[in-house]
Write a protein that binds this ligand. Structure first.
Ligand code: SAM
Length: 448
């Protein structure tokens, strides 16, 4: 009788116990050095732009930790970097993420504490069912064009077999209640979608159908390798003394009232920047694959309406009016400078082919962030620390001093003071455009 390790045939004949020790040794060696999140156990399960390093987050949490565990909040938790770092540092943490798909990803990553053997068993059942299905599966009709652009028919067959096997098993088991292990298997499949595509599918943010990748993975092999990675990290996290205490909420950071008043010691986050990055588009491939959307047009309803208005697609879809946004009490502390920038943008857009709605995007962005500070103030303790990793921007070459305006909005919401620690210069998003405005990124420190 084969062990489960041997059944998922990326393993050879070594007994299960030795695998465990091997995997712990390998990961221990690696995590002693300063590493990108994408190489760190658990963080690496899904590639998402975190905004900051998990190791820095852990150090900051430890620095604030006194004799008893502190309470950490990430109101823009994304894929969960802060929360996982808090689990590693032994802090109690909460995360909000209002993008439904990203919330699902982060929630699955926080399941590192589950039993790895049970996860492998379920993942392997899905694989075996998928193999059977792949022999008889006919290509479905009406495959969304995005999937046809991203995959060969063989890859699609493998991926659809995994998806259908997963869905069939979930449906069969539904009467017994869907266990958290399904979310881990869902993440296993979700995380291999980009590596299995032969076209440019860089996470950040666009799909480039004309760009060919050097390495494309076979879906079943990629799936097995991901099971190996996830189960290794589950073993490692427990061995390394992670403490499971993080909680994610599918909550909108602009809304009041989820945590207790004056309960949070440290807010550590990276919000969307006012730089036209579209978080909804960032998961278009994955959401299309799972049938959550059919096309780009569905993103407004499925995602954008829940998130900060930081992209012109968003402000255009909402048909926002600049006058109304600027009259909003939330932006009153910065209204004269904000009006100047937005009115400039309103004029410049008329001279541009794309006529992008950056003028309303910028105004809506600062309205939204003002609400976030107002929602944070009551739940942060007096003397707490708030750190926003943030960058400025220059749509159509008009400079938007994000950290200064955000700091002032925070103070007007009742925080004591703010300062900015610059980390790096940048001009990435706009580098192919005509402007040469120098941009930067850093940490906005706000005193609670
Ligand atoms: C820079 S990313 C954060 C990345 C995160 N540090 C990580 O570890 O992955 C910003 C996140 O804020 C989320 N977001 C946008 N608007 C939000 C809102 N109103 N409430 C909560 N989360 C929101 C986006 O979906 C995105 O995942």
């Amino acid at each position: 009788m084969k062990t489960l390790y041997q059944q998922i045939d990326i393993f050879n004949d070594v007994p299960a116990q030795s695998y465990k020790q091997n995997r712990i040794n390998q990961l221990s060696a690696r995590s002693g050095t300063f590493t990108d999140n994408i190489k760190l156990p658990v963080h690496r399960w899904f590639k998402y732009s975190a905004g900051f390093s998990a190791e820095w987050a852990e150090q900051l949490i430890l620095k604030h930790t006194t004799s008893s565990p502190i309470i950490v909040l990430d109101p823009f938790a994304g894929s969960g970097t802060t929360l996982l770092s808090a689990d590693k540092a032994g802090a109690i943490s909460y995360g909000y993420e209002s993008h439904p798909f990203v919330y699902h990803i982060a929630s699955a990553k926080l399941l590192w504490h589950l039993d790895e053997y049970e996860f492998m068993e379920l993942a392997n059942t899905v694989l075996e069912t998928a193999k059977e299905l792949s022999v008889k599966l006919k290509p479905p009709e009406n495959i969304p064009p995005l999937l046809l652009k991203c995959y060969t028919s063989d890859s699609l067959l493998g991926l659809f077999s995994l998806r259908d096997a997963f869905n069939n098993i979930v449906t069969l088991q539904q009467s017994q209640g869907r266990s958290a292990y399904y979310d881990l298997v869902w993440l296993t499949i979700t995380a291999i979608l980009r590596p299995c595509s032969h076209v440019g599918t860089a996470q950040w943010q666009y799909i480039l159908p004309n760009k060919r990748k050097a390495n494309t993975l076979d879906p079943f092999e990629a799936y097995k390798a991901k099971i190996y990675e996830i189960s290794s990290d589950m073993i490692f996290a427990k061995h390394a003394g992670f403490v499971k205490s993080a909680t994610m909420y599918p909550h909108d950071a602009r809304e009041q009232g989820l945590l207790k008043k004056a309960s949070v010691d440290l807010v550590l986050t990276s919000p969307p920047y006012p730089n036209n990055y579209d978080y909804a588009d960032a998961t278009r491939l994955e959401m299309t694959f799972w049938g959550e959307i059919n096309s780009w047009g569905d993103l407004q309803h499925a995602v954008r309406r829940f998130i900060i208005r930081s992209s012109s697609q968003h402000s255009a879809a909402e048909r926002l009016q600049l006058d109304q946004l600027l009259a909003d009490q939330f932006v009153s502390p910065i209204v004269s400078e904000l009006s100047e920038v937005c009115n400039d943008l309103a004029e410049i857009r008329l001279t541009k082919g794309g006529k992008k709605t950056y003028h309303t995007m910028v105004a809506a962005y600062f309205c939204d962030l003002a609400k976030v500070f107002l929602a944070l103030r009551p739940i942060c303790k007096t003397g707490s620390t708030v750190c926003f990793v943030i960058g400025d921007s220059a749509p159509y070459g008009v400079y938007v001093p994000a950290e200064d305006w955000l700091g002032r909005l925070a103070v007007s919401a009742g925080f004591k003071s703010f300062s900015f620690e610059k980390l790096r210069d940048r001009n990435i998003k706009w580098k192919n455009r005509k402007h040469r405005v120098p941009l930067h990124e850093g940490r906005l420190w706000i005193e609670g």
